[in-house]
Design a protein around this ligand. Structure first.
Ligand SMILES: Cc1cc2nc3c(=O)[nH]c(=O)nc-3n(C[C@H](O)[C@H](O)[C@H](O)COP(=O)(O)OP(=O)(O)OC[C@H]3O[C@@H](n4cnc5c(N)ncnc54)[C@H](O)[C@@H]3O)c2cc1C
Length: 468
């Protein structure tokens, strides 16, 4: 190849793509907007993952790291925090990859445009033969790189869904951003705990992240040496009732997910939480005392709110892909062929079939959306699925279709998201239960299988969905 493969993002999936490219001796450049590897993961450093280390280290990356002799492999059975994932794996891997022949890892390099060199979206001729042109913003100014192929592993972290029910920020949401947090706050940080302790907090969202926030606030209300007394939560739900939001409890196939549901239920009924159902947020207004009033489209309102925590998922950014040809599912914003396999109404993380280059390929030949971004708005992405994606994609880019069409991912019998909790406190593993941060609601129990692409969808769906 005349030009390197450009990989966007040093998250786990971008770096796994680079590790596969390095193993194959391909030239690659990884472009990362942030100042270090795993910049997005670092933003949720306090959240403990629900997958164990054995499910969080890519195979090609492990081979490279093991061979380097400088890496201390973590305990496969342990559940790291985001911070531990970054420091114990992503950063050392990025350093190693930056030192490989033909490999570059650049930070402070935000991709702002991907197109075909000399051709905008409209021009047909030469699209399949000419290189990609990558426009990059750095603190030194704008740069343009040529690439033989582009692997977009830029994730979705930078685009949380807004509070507004229309999918756009509610009226006043942007203006009152200083009292609104998107994602799970680190309640173990004293400054952050002080922000919420004793306050009236509105929590929007119904998934595991929202439940983790409820549990965190309930815990704060009890344990913050008196300062937490008076903590009040208004839980904003779009659905008509809390219904089965807490899962099946003791009957849940997944013990830890059931436990989170039960803990959240306990938090929700502890007297500090008021449910506001069918609440589709229209506006956020600052009161004269600086606190907020939130109003729904049907006229419900909640006032005297000190803080709002929005945990309603993420969406991908296609802003820098406007000059390339994409085929996306109109609802999920995921590659169309993949969308049916990952739709949250029918699938959870444990029963999405392993998949690769064929599902991820786009009309713009040589461009692949991988990792969290490949799932669009679906919340069920798992790192191990992403590792399989990029193993296949990089093999295809290397012309090795035999390896690209093979499926190497073996899903563990006990499921893939069966551990851990929300906060960087090992005690919370017992206290809080399962996943609260990643948006993956937990897998079905899956029989071990090694399947081929053609057979994958059926084999995986036979395992059943656990999302409910
Ligand atoms: C709180 C939380 C907990 C999770 N827990 C688990 C778990 O336990 N198990 C599991 O399997 N999965 C989990 N996930 C899901 C998923 O595995 C992670 O989100 C994972 O980090 C996704 O990897 P990624 O490489 O696709 O994207 P990211 O990790 O988001 O990495 C994307 C990278 O691209 C960079 N970037 C973005 N835009 C640009 C640009 N324009 N130019 C250059 N760089 C750019 C970002 O700075 C970032 O470093 C969790 C997710 C979250 C949010």
């Amino acid at each position: 190849m005349q030009h390197p493969v450009v990989i966007i993002g040093t998250g786990p999936i971008g770096l796994a793509a680079a590790a596969n490219a390095a193993e194959r001796g391909m030239d690659f450049v990884v472009l990362e907007a942030g100042p270090h590897a795993g910049a997005a993961v670092g933003e949720w450093a306090h959240v403990r993952l629900f997958s164990s280390w054995s499910e969080l280290v890519d195979s090609a990356a492990r081979r490279l790291l093991d061979a380097s002799g400088t890496w201390t492999a973590p305990d496969d059975a342990a559940y790291p925090t985001g911070g531990e994932w970054r420091d114990g794996y992503l950063q050392p891997l990025a350093e190693l990859l930056a030192g490989t022949t033909g490999g570059q890892v650049r930070y402070d390099s935000r991709v702002v445009g991907v197109g075909r060199a000399g051709r905008d979206l409209l021009v047909d001729s030469g699209r399949e033969s000419d290189p990609f042109a990558i426009h990059v913003e750095t603190s030194r100014g704008r740069e343009r790189l040529l690439a033989s192929a582009v692997v977009d592993a830029s994730g979705t972290w930078t685009r949380p869904n807004p509070l507004g029910a229309d999918g756009y920020p509610a009226l006043g949401e942007t203006e009152n951003a200083n009292r609104i947090t998107y994602g799970i706050p680190d309640f173990s940080d004293p400054a952050i705990a002080a922000r919420y302790a004793g306050k009236h907090v509105a929590v929007a969202g119904k998934g595991a992240s929202a439940q983790g926030v409820l549990v965190g606030l309930a815990k704060l209300a009890k344990t913050d040496a008196g300062a937490g007394a008076g903590t009040q939560v208004s839980w904003l739900l779009r659905r008509p009732s809390v219904g089965d939001a807490f899962g099946g409890g003791d009957n849940d196939q997944l013990e830890q997910r059931g436990k989170l549901g039960q803990d959240a239920k306990a938090a929700a009924t502890s007297g500090i939480v008021t449910n506001l159902t069918q609440f589709r947020t229209a506006s956020v207004t600052a009161q004269p005392d600086g606190r907020l009033s939130i109003t729904s489209l049907d006229g419900q309102s909640v006032s005297d709110v000190d803080e709002i925590i929005v945990v309603t998922g993420f969406r991908p950014d296609f802003g820098f892909l406007s000059e390339v040809r994409l085929d996306l599912d109109p609802a999920l914003e995921a590659p169309r062929v993949l969308a049916d396999q990952i739709h949250p109404d029918h699938h959870s993380c444990g029963d999405v079939a392993p998949h690769g280059h064929r599902e991820l390929t786009q009309p713009e030949q040589g461009l692949f959306l991988v990792g969290m971004k490949s799932y669009g708005r679906a919340p069920s992405f798992l790192a191990m699925t992403g590792y399989e994606q990029v193993r296949s994609v990089v093999a295809a880019l290397d012309g090795d279709l035999v390896a690209a069409d093979r499926v190497d991912l073996v899903l563990p019998e006990t499921g893939v998201c069966n551990g851990a909790g929300a906060f960087d406190d090992p005690d919370d593993l017992a206290d809080l239960g399962a996943a609260s941060g990643g948006g993956c609601c937990g897998p079905a129990a899956v029989e071990p299988h090694l399947i081929t692409l053609g057979a994958s969808a059926g084999a995986a769906s036979a395992a059943g969905s656990s999302c409910g």
